[in-house]
Design a protein around this ligand. Structure first.
Ligand SMILES: NC(=O)c1ccc[n+]([C@@H]2O[C@H](COP(=O)([O-])OP(=O)(O)OC[C@H]3O[C@@H](n4cnc5c(N)ncnc54)[C@H](OP(=O)(O)O)[C@@H]3O)[C@@H](O)[C@H]2O)c1
Length: 275
């Protein structure tokens, strides 16, 4: 095991925190990176990148706000070039399913002359408990422009397990793991499972893209409202209504089920906080 720290970008996020915890638990030194780390790493400020990369050999790369954003492929190209020049030997990229700019970013990373692995995930279970949908769950209504589309939600713990395997085992080099949970669920079905298990009132309200954008704008501002609306438009057209076998391929075991996540999360009390 190398004494050189593994760089974890987005180390305080849903996936990065799990990746960092797993690596630390297994005895690997970790260099966490985000806007709040020292030195700070900011995707929006390229002058911060070199100091974070210096001396590293392996990095987990989580691009924020999302690889679906228009400037993401350019940022990933610049970051990859800098990482290769800095002597990194292995990059593991967290990607999103069905997004055009994410696919472009994956291709850029895979073309680099070093070991690369893509972890291309479906929507995380934890969006309902740690992410942008928690306030909706607490309010009793999940309003999304997803119609009756079915999504194969995945456990963030599975995403982190696959990422850690790729960071620590060269057998995962040059792989693209498309990872989903074990079943397709509509947002209505997901809301019903949470409501029944947690004992709360929760409904899914299908809304238009225009309504979604208008609701996000005052809360999140133009950049995020535009991004999330375009993202939903792209990924809820039916393209992602299929399961993928990446967890089984990478880890030799099936992905975790939504019901198990909901049972554990309901017991934590997170869905009973005041809205
Ligand atoms: N949510 C999903 O269902 C889903 C599905 C597939 C793929 N993804 C991908 O997952 C990634 C997000 O991962 P996540 O959900 O684990 O993140 P997250 O929970 O949203 O946390 C964001 C992380 O990035 C850091 N961060 C925020 N802005 C930053 C910036 N400008 N520069 C550097 N770091 C910044 C944050 O820390 P600081 O505040 O300290 O900077 C934090 O560590 C995105 O690339 C997204 O495309 C998400």
């Amino acid at each position: 095991m190398s004494s050189i720290p593994i760089l974890v970008i987005g180390a305080t996020g849903k996936i990065g925190s799990r990746v960092a915890a797993r690596l630390t638990q297994a005895g690997y030194p970790v260099r966490p990176a985000s806007r709040r780390s020292t030195p700070a790493f900011d995707w929006d400020d390229r002058t911060t990148w070199a100091a974070t990369l210096a001396g590293a050999e392996t990095a987990f790369v989580s691009y924020v706000p999302d690889l679906a954003e228009d400037g993401a492929p350019q940022a990933i190209q610049a970051f990859t070039d800098l990482a290769v020049a800095a002597g990194l030997k292995r990059l593991v990229l967290l990607s999103g399913r069905g997004e055009t700019n994410a696919l472009r970013s994956e291709d850029i990373l895979m073309a680099a002359p070093i070991e690369t692995t893509i972890v291309r995930a479906s929507w995380f279970f934890q969006n309902f408990s740690e992410g942008t949908l928690l306030p909706s769950v607490l309010s009793g209504t999940i309003a999304m422009p997803a119609g009756d589309r079915r999504e194969p939600f995945i456990d963030a713990d599975d995403v982190a397990d696959v990422a850690v395997a790729a960071l620590t085992d060269p057998r995962h080099a040059n792989q693209r793991y498309e990872i989903t949970g074990p079943r397709l669920l509509t947002f209505a079905e997901a809301a019903a499972v949470i409501a029944a298990t947690a004992g709360i009132e929760l409904q899914y309200l299908p809304i238009t893209l225009e309504q979604f954008h208008a609701a996000l704008l005052p809360e999140l501002g133009q950049r995020y409202a535009d991004l999330l609306t375009r993202l939903c438009q792209e990924v809820f057209d039916g393209r992602n209504e299929a399961l993928a076998d990446g967890v089984q391929r990478a880890l030799g075991r099936p992905p975790r089920d939504f019901a198990d996540y909901v049972t554990a999360t309901a017991a934590s009390g997170v869905w009973h906080r005041a809205a």
